[in-house]
Design a protein around this ligand. Structure first.
Ligand SMILES: *Cc1c(COP(=O)(O)O)cnc(C)c1O
Length: 381
């Protein structure tokens, strides 16, 4: 691949931090680097309690345990998302209820949530696709009216805002990912934001194998014991050491990504007005983090042919989500609410373009040239 889809950015300080943990003999979780990461996330993420986890998947699983999700409960979410959004709840025996997405942001359509609610509904899981916030005011209103919890899948949302507030800080809980493909990375890794103070202690317990070990280490209790159903959801210090270098540069990384995002957006303006494609739409209340740059092709275009042509030209462009309701496990464990027309059409027509720190303007021009050539020759056939 001449221009890969993703190239993980490293600040250069990761190895120094890891060496420090190494020399100090601090390898297990919740050491000094974890503490630095927690403090940074709490200050910059406006959350009551931030906890590092092994992945966003782990954060979502913790959320299901925290809210006591049980067999038969229903959890409202988009079908257009990553499998972990649903898996975390299916693991507890709950049913994902799939609702359609909006045409502009590809986020959960807040106007279609109410009709999906039954007396079994427990929670709503909005997914902030591409680091663009869902319509949270409306979602929180609906949730409040029906007594439901809101868990934000903010896997892609670090450093992005809705009405000036950081994504992940708006619901009861927020789940983040530091997977290599996200903006801020530690290979694998994640965080859980506990915005509801009443859940903070239980979150610590679930994360520490169901024990009150965190309280023991703070000297709040004289022994630690098994308190709740839990698991091992905390990462070791080497991961936190790596992540700390990234968090220190989070602003610079986001600015660099935004510059590339804006450049694609200007390069593709004419193609949009000529009807070759649609560019992403960012609502004015959303401050996004340039997690993805995608285009939506017209319905009559065979997206996979375009992807094949781009791949042949050495460009790492990729599609995004096979909708969960159409997947084998989604059919087995989930339920659909209403029609999912936007989900079905948009997921077939979307292409994500290469976007990473260090991608040059010339490379971006090549990507756009190859994409437009493929579209023009396709239309002329
Ligand atoms: C990446 C991603 C996840 C999973 O994150 P991991 O850290 O790999 O577990 C979950 N949900 C969404 C929307 C994602 O983009």
């Amino acid at each position: 691949m001449k221009i890969p889809f993703n190239w993980p950015h490293m600040t250069g300080k990761e190895l120094y931090n890891i060496a420090e943990s190494h020399f100090n003999g601090r390898l297990a979780g919740d050491g000094p680097f974890t503490k630095k990461c927690h403090d940074w996330l709490e200050v910059n993420g406006h959350t009551h309690r931030a906890l590092l986890t092994n992945s966003c998947t782990a954060s979502l699983e913790m959320s299901a345990l925290l809210l006591d999700v049980k067999a038969g409960d229903e959890i409202i979410m988009p079908s257009y998302t990553f499998v972990s959004t649903a898996n975390a709840f299916v693991l507890r025996g709950a049913t994902p209820v799939f609702v359609d997405i909006r045409q502009d942001t590809l986020n959960l359509d807040e106007t279609k949530i109410e009709r999906a609610i039954t007396n079994k509904t427990r929670a709503i899981v909005p997914v902030h696709y591409a680091g663009v916030g869902c319509e949270m005011d409306s979602i929180l209103d609906t949730a409040g009216h029906y007594g439901l919890s809101v868990i934000e899948d903010a896997a892609q949302g670090l450093m992005a805002t809705y009405k000036g507030k950081p994504l992940g800080s708006l619901g009861k809980l927020g789940a983040f990912s530091f997977h290599e493909t996200k903006n801020i990375i530690s290979g694998e890794g994640g965080a859980l934001f506990v915005n509801d103070q009443a859940l903070a202690e239980k979150a610590e317990i679930i994360r520490e194998k169901g024990t009150n070990r965190s309280q023991f280490f703070r000297g709040e209790v004289d022994k630690y014991t098994w308190q709740e159903v839990g698991s091992s959801y905390l990462p070791g210090e080497l991961i936190a050491a790596f992540l700390w270098a990234q968090l220190e540069d989070a602003e610079k990384i986001t600015e660099a990504r935004l510059r590339s995002w804006d450049y694609y957006h200007s390069l593709l303006a004419d193609a949009e007005s000529q009807g070759y494609l649609n560019r992403p739409i960012i609502p004015s209340e959303c401050g996004h983090n340039a997690h993805l740059y995608y285009v939506i092709l017209p319905e009559h275009i065979d997206r996979n042919r375009i992807l094949f042509k781009m791949k042949t030209a050495g460009i790492g462009a990729v599609f995004h989500y096979v909708p969960l309701h159409s997947s084998p496990a989604g059919k087995k464990y989930g339920r659909v609410s209403g029609e999912l027309r936007n989900t079905e059409v948009l997921s077939k027509q979307l292409i994500r373009l290469p976007l990473w720190v260090g991608l040059s303007k010339e490379q971006q021009e090549t990507v756009v040239q190859v994409l437009l050539d493929a579209l023009r020759s396709n239309i002329n056939v």
